[in-house]
Ligand binder design. Structure first.
Ligand code: NAI
Ligand code: MG
Length: 361
């Protein structure tokens, strides 16, 4: 069996962190005979420089032919003056919509070795391990009509439309329920059904789909309460599922409960489990090219790839165990460094994870 992975390093620290994740995949590929094959492409600012577009056709073709995509990050000050249509971010949005990656998985895990990084009290966040499932291709970010118009009285009016069809809600529901099934069998659906009709339908469809997953306990929560609960008592949640805009905001809140942007992976999946995997952080132009970026978010993203696209749970578990072993050994990149630990470079952190894999993780 061959499994094709499209490798898109992108801009800034992207190439540095992706190289380490590929190193980890290559180690497991040899060790476990996973049949992984890699092919690289350009995306973002570097693609614009070479081809005049952030998402060249050959990159899109590469992603379509692949089973999974590994992305570093895109963007940077060099490309900020560009008009929106050719900005680096457009490359990401293009892949998401072309591949119909509607299910965005955003785990927030607090590693006990890094408990000090959170700004919240240890008892509130210690042991935190939650998953937010965000609908990614619908809702108010894409709804029509949209725009800014001028009214008869000359006043300007901005407007966007919140719209979800039953089938869009149903497919994100199935995605979230099946993830909840693989975890602790609790799913909290977040909406604003008391005010927005669209999310009343959301709640109805979630409830209907829940009948197909009798082993998963479904609860509902209004988004304003959910934002309070995430900060007050985040460990009450296991899997949360929500619409595009609510998920955008709540997943960033959840991420910061852990305090470490360099540690957080993500996945964006289609209906068949094909997916794009990337760290949640950006291209960090302030530290790019210095070999100091933390590659663990990207390494943990390939663990998600093995788990969700390739159904290789053992390989995924091994990577997560190896990351823990490196942290246990006191190995830290600068962003997670604290007194008494060993400060290492991007490549040394990748090596530490590979060594942990070779030593039994
Ligand atoms: P950022 O996430 O790139 O950086 C925020 C801060 O976190 C910086 O101080 C950076 O040095 C640090 N940081 C981020 N990742 C790190 C890592 N792996 N190791 C150590 N430190 C890390 O966000 P920012 O500065 O707002 O954006 C920079 C560029 O990245 C912009 O052009 C933005 O548009 C783009 N961006 C791209 C994303 C993507 O490709 N998915 C997501 C977010 C931003
Ligand atoms: Mg956001």
């Amino acid at each position: 069996m061959t499994r094709k992975i499209a490798i898109l390093p992108g801009d800034g620290i992207g190439p540095e962190i992706v190289a380490e994740a590929v190193k980890v995949l290559e180690c497991l590929n040899t060790d476990m005979d996973l049949g992984l094959e890699f092919e690289s492409g350009l995306i973002g600012g570097c693609a614009y420089d070479e081809h005049g577009t952030p998402l060249p056709q050959q990159t899109l073709d590469l992603c379509k032919a692949a089973d999974a995509v590994l992305l570093g990050a895109v963007g940077g000050p060099k490309w900020e003056p560009l008009e929106h249509a050719v900005r680096p971010e457009r490359g990401l949005l293009g892949i998401r919509s072309e591949l119909e990656l509607f299910s965005n998985l955003r785990p927030a895990i607090l590693y006990p070795q890094l408990a000090d990084a959170s700004t919240l009290k240890a008892e509130v966040v210690s042991g935190l391990n939650l998953m937010i499932v965000r609908e990614l291709t619908g809702g108010i970010y894409f709804g029509q009509p949209r725009g800014v118009r001028t009214l008869a009285n000359g006043e300007k009016q901005g407007y966007n439309t919140l719209v979800y069809s039953e089938s869009e809600i149903r497919r994100i529901a199935h995605s979230a329920f099946s993830i909840a099934q693989k975890r602790n069998k609790r799913l909290c659906s977040v909406d604003k059904a008391n005010v927005l009709e669209c999310t009343e339908l959301w709640r109805e469809v979630m409830t209907e789909v829940s009948k197909e997953y009798p082993d998963v306990e479904l609860s509902h929560m209004y988004v304003d309460n959910a934002s309070m609960q995430l900060v007050r008592a985040p460990k009450q949640f296991d899997v949360m599922v929500t619409s595009n805009m609510f998920g955008d905001i709540l997943s960033d809140t959840a991420a910061m409960l852990t305090g470490s942007i360099g540690m957080l992976p993500s996945a964006s999946l289609d209906a068949n489990g094909k997916g794009m995997y990337e760290p949640i952080h950006g291209s960090a132009p302030d530290i790019a090219g210095r070999g100091v970026a933390n590659p663990l978010a990207t390494i943990l993203s390939v663990a998600m790839m093995l788990r969700y696209t390739f159904a290789e749970a053992t390989a995924a578990d091994r990577i997560e165990k190896a990351v823990n072993a490196a942290l246990d050994a006191g190995i830290r990149t600068a962003d997670i460094y604290s007194e008494g630990k060993q400060k290492v470079s991007t490549a040394e952190m990748g090596d530490a994870v590979v060594n942990a894999l070779k030593n039994g993780a």
